[in-house]
Design a binder for this molecule. Sequence first.
Ligand SMILES: [Zn+2]
Length: 398
Amino acid sequence: MEKIPYYAITVRRYNILFRHTEWFHQTQALYNEVLLFYYQLYLETFTDEQPGTQEALRILEKLTIVGRDKQPVPNPLPWKKVPLYFRRAAINIATAAAKSYLARDKQEQPTGAFTESVTFYKGMYRDFQGNTISLKLWDGEGWQWSRLRLRGNTVPEEGQMMSPALVLKKDHAELHIPWKIPVADGRGARERIIAENKICSTIFTGQGACAVCCILDSFGKRESSFYIEGGREYANASRQIYDRIKRSEDVQGGGGNAKASYCYWKKLKNLHEHYAHQISRRIIDYCKKQNASVLVLPEYNKDYGNIILASVGKNSPLRLVPSIREKLKYKAWQEGIVVLEVQQHNINSVCSQCGAKIRRKGADFQCVNGHRGSRYLNMAQNLGQKCLDSFKENQKNK
Ligand SMILES: [Zn+2]
């Protein structure tokens, strides 16, 4: 079989330790001036027809940079000593910004100033060692190769490093490095199911076990199941924060203290992110451990989802579901797992063993033929079975 390379891009963020942080600001200021210069030149130059990005770069450089023939150019770049790849990074951002401006409503004024983070193309960075990197920085007078220490993240085990970006935050600086990571298995879901791979179907609940996973072989036989706990802890932590928000508002006479409530909302957001990350990670790890190459989720309908969310209360782990789903998609892709969505119609009303109607009793079910067990696992298994059936149907029709 021919091997097709599949890639996923993931960005890792590192905190930067470096003495001359003022050089970061100098470099970014220069970058944005060069960017603005090319943005304005683009808008002046390409009034009717717009070239492609590569062609735009070529034309803009021809207008501004003296070539080998040493002939004067119509719009010389007003700065000396701007390195080639620094300039090209700025031109590409300028081109994208100008194209997007021209595509919008012309009533708007073009941008008068940029505050973009600097992207370091090749030639502007070197010697990346995992926790150190050298960047070429502008100190206001000249370019300095500067060694930066990086903290707070690891390097992917394999993959290709792409152009890093220097991101200046209010009180610290970060380096964002995109990595192109090979994906082991990029085959489509159909191929996998025909090849008799195992599938993992997962449903979400508002219970302590807030996600329930079930592994089915290609004949629909259940091989294993996994309850992901954490729903109760999430609900408790969320409730505590809401209580504190309420208390803080009461103390303020109902008005609320903007700074305190901002702090609580941030806590809530962090809590939410933390659990969504953790739960999605555990689902993916379980798929990997069980060799399941297809992950089946209930089909998500945004409007319906919002109705459910409105009815479950603000501390329910069901509130995590939209962000869990989002994270699952990219994490699955990075691990070579395909995510499928299947309609959840009926999965909670029939028995996964015999197909008879079930009676629900809290978290349990019982069918007329005497099968009983966890209602949620039953749902997960029905969902997986529906997925397998739909592929088999399609196979027969072919
Ligand atoms: Zn049954």
